[in-house]
Design a protein around this ligand. Structure first.
Ligand code: HDE
Length: 702
């Protein structure tokens, strides 16, 4: 009977066998829900049974005829596409960019034309080296790719969270990426630069050293994308409606401020929550705590650029903010999570060549290579030249041209006009679109930077030879705590390098950057500091730039930070609620943690935790508070997770808000009281300051 599937079919075996019951209709039996939409094949045919394949008898082989099964398995077999060759792991969000300071005198780009002008954006943050399934918190550069869906076409500002890059010329990019990815023979390490081939390569490429210093700084272990800066890196051009042009560098400044983890935290977070950044971004947006960034520009004249001791076309160099201030021109707010990770985040295709009138490229040889690479790789990743038609990539303004056909063409262009010029209008037919000399994109007639000649040479400009000045500037602009982190990061990474001569060579490079840095790293490796490496150009001393440091900006606010509150049996409900309110009234997020999540008796009823202690180590929080009853101490002190919670929070230099019973516990465990161990009353004001003076007491720093 077609309409009433029995849940079980009675199958009769050979004569003499007992009867067996064979499930034929799955766990839902013949449930029918008229309100539910119908499950269909890809051809729209309603499916009657999604639990059982079609067989020759209940115990017989599956029939080739079962097109429902074949279609389903076929599609599943092809669900994966190649992951990005770099920046494979990422997460993204939709949002809006709003112009807060119009700059029509600098650019004709419509999105900067008037205060209040809004442009939709899609932003993808990524790690670089690891595969799509790797963790969120390796030591790695982060991608910061923004697609602006402007009224004049899509503009992609495909940047990183570091303002400089490892190499000067695109021709070295495949070598760099091969060196940093898992080693070719071994297939490991995943998402890590701490191995022979990376350090072999960079120790032979002195142009990398400036970026390597940034990479060994806390910038590459960010607290989450919400607390990262972004940079367009290259020098671009702004062109106004009159055709006058200035040079520009783009900066994103997080409204919540810059914040990083410590290395030990990053390692622990990788185990406790491999999706830490992805989750952080998703949850912040989901709960209405929309992350935001200000877009700033450093604008300068070509004549100014020509007087500098560095070349603005060299992507291994930055322009200190103290030399050219960053002017804020707009704010980007991420306010909507993607509905579908694959369709949007995975299929998004960013490309530095996606540009709009009013913005143009420069001959930076790294940028020039990128202008080719992205479109090329996306054809191979997304399988067809028509990937621009995917909803996430399609411009929101009209898109019309004579490009036709190709695999997976989704549009149905009408008429015969698929070439230009044509005179089909004379036959009463549509002619199709026409070029627009007045409003269309025109490449800026390039200014003649002195190092920008018409000759075609395989050469680099003379100033590109200075690899050390800005690396030294970076190191000397850090606070002592950051310098110690940097040196310790080098020690960690180089300790993983098995090739003695590579370590030795790296020490010559570091000694050339700064003798103090070289000595610390050599000390950490128990090696002698060799003489500094030869330099292709002399070092130019530059005044320190505090803007390059994360910690010189003072105590971060509690807004947007996550605070863990530990409670146990008998804890004071009133005190917990008061703490939660104090944190949340300042814009922080309080998360209740206990040994069990289902509900624990507190002094005034039952309280449910939002996180179980074992799965919520203190590394996941910006600061921790603990509200416990003295009677719970016996039980808590025997739990290693409790000890680790406090010991890690202490070692990660976090503020600990402690009730008197917690103080007893800390004292027993030898966690000495200091300025960062606060009473419950002081805690909300002090969190999430870090107490870096502890660091030297808990770990060996280089
Ligand atoms: Fe990329 N880069 N890159 N890159 N890059 C890619 O494009 C490339 C560089 C950056 O979230 C690829 O679609 C070359 C600098 C981001 O989807 C590929 C060179 C900067 C993303 C590619 C560079 C970046 C990519 C891989 C040297 C910072 C992720 C997958 C000339 C300004 C975008 C893809 C996303 C992705 C090539 C250097 C940023 C292979 C050849 C410098 C944020 O096309």
């Amino acid at each position: 009977m077609a309409d009433t599937h029995p849940s079980y079919e009675t199958a009769t075996g050979d004569a003499g066998e007992t009867h067996q019951q064979v499930p034929v209709n799955g766990p839902h039996g013949n449930q029918r829900d008229a309100a539910r939409s119908h499950l269909t094949t890809n051809q729209g045919l309603r499916i009657s049974d999604n639990q059982n394949s079609l067989k020759a008898g209940a115990r017989g082989p599956t029939l080739l005829e079962d097109f429902v099964l074949r279609e389903k398995i076929f599609h599943f077999d092809h669900e994966r596409i190649p992951e990005r060759i770099v920046h494979a792991r990422g997460s993204a969000a939709h949002g809006v960019f709003e112009c807060t300071h119009a700059i029509p005198e600098l650019t004709s780009a419509g999105l900067f034309a008037a205060i209040g002008k809004q442009t939709p954006v899609f932003v993808r943050f990524s790690t670089v080296a690891g595969g799509a399934g790797s963790v969120d918190t390796p030591r790695d550069v982060r991608g910061f790719a923004v697609k602006f869906y402007t009224e004049e076409g899509n503009w992609d500002l495909v940047g990183n969270n570091i303002p400089v890059f490892f190499i000067q010329d695109a021709i070295k990019f495949p070598d760099l990426v091969h060196a940093v990815k898992m080693e070719a023979d071994k297939g490991y390490p995943q998402a890590a630069s701490a191995h022979d081939t990376f350090w072999d390569f960079v120790s032979l490429m002195p142009e990398s050293i400036h970026m390597v210093l940034w990479q060994m700084s806390d910038r590459t272990i960010p607290r989450s994308p919400r607390f990262m800066e972004g940079f367009g890196i290259h020098t671009f051009r702004l062109v106004n409606a009159e055709g006058a042009s200035k040079l520009v560098k783009f900066h994103w400044k997080p409204v919540l401020g810059l914040q990083s983890t410590t290395w030990d935290e990053a390692v622990k977070i990788a185990g406790a929550d491999p999706d830490y950044h992805r989750r952080d971004l998703y949850e912040a947006i989901d709960t209405g705590a929309f992350p935001a960034w200000d877009l700033g520009v450093q604008v300068f004249e070509e004549s100014w650029a020509q007087e500098q001791p560095f070349d603005v076309l060299d992507a291994t160099k930055l322009i200190p903010e103290e030399l050219v201030p960053v002017r804020i021109i707009g704010r980007m707010t991420l306010n909507r999570n993607p509905d579908n990770f694959f369709a949007e985040t995975e299929q998004s295709a960013f490309c530095p060549a996606n540009i709009v009138p009013g913005i143009d490229f420069t001959p930076d040889p790294l940028l020039q290579g990128r202008l080719f690479s992205y479109l090329d790789t996306q054809k191979s990743r997304l399988g067809t030249a028509n990937f621009h038609q995917l909803p996430i990539n399609a411009p929101k303004c009209p898109m019309r041209n004579f490009q036709r056909d190709g695999m997976m063409q989704m549009e149905i262009p009408k008429g015969r006009a698929n070439y230009e010029p044509n005179s089909l209008n004379e036959a009463g037919e549509p002619t199709g679109p026409r070029e627009c000399p007045a409003t269309g994109f025109t490449t800026f007639a390039r200014g003649m930077l002195p190092n920008n000649s018409d000759q075609h040479l395989r050469a680099r400009p003379a100033l590109f030879a200075d690899h050390y000045s800005q690396a030294r500037l970076f190191y000397r602009s850090q606070t002592p705590v950051e310098q110690a982190h940097l040196a310790s990061a080098f020690v960690f990474e180089l300790s993983k390098v098995g090739l003695e001569h590579v370590r030795h060579r790296m020490l010559t490079v570091l000694g050339a950057v700064d003798e103090d840095l070289g000595r610390r790293v050599a000390g950490g490796l128990a090696m002698e500091l060799p003489p500094p490496a030869d330099m292709a150009a002399p070092v130019v001393e530059m005044a320190p730039s505090p803007a390059l440091s994360i910690l010189s900006h003072g105590q971060p606010p509690i807004e947007g930070r996550k605070i863990g509150i530990l409670f146990a049996e008998g804890s004071s409900l009133k005190a917990i609620e008061a703490m939660k309110t104090a944190i949340e009234s300042k814009g922080g997020k309080a998360v209740l943690i206990a040994q069990k999540v289902g509900g624990i008796p507190v002094d005034d009823g039952m309280l449910k935790a939002e996180g179980q202690l074992m799965g919520s180590p203190s590394a996941l929080f910006d600061a921790v508070a603990s509200i416990i009853h003295p009677d719970a101490l016996d039980h808590l002190r025997s739990d290693h997770a409790v000890h680790a919670w406090f010991a890690d929070a202490y070692a990660h230099c976090k503020t600990i808000g402690a009730c008197p019973a917690t103080l007893r516990l800390l004292e027993e465990w030898g966690i000495a009281r200091d300025d960062g161990i606060a009473s419950l009353e002081e805690f909300p004001d002090l969190a999430p300051a870090r107490h870096w003076d502890r660091e030297g007491k808990v770990r060996l720093l280089a």
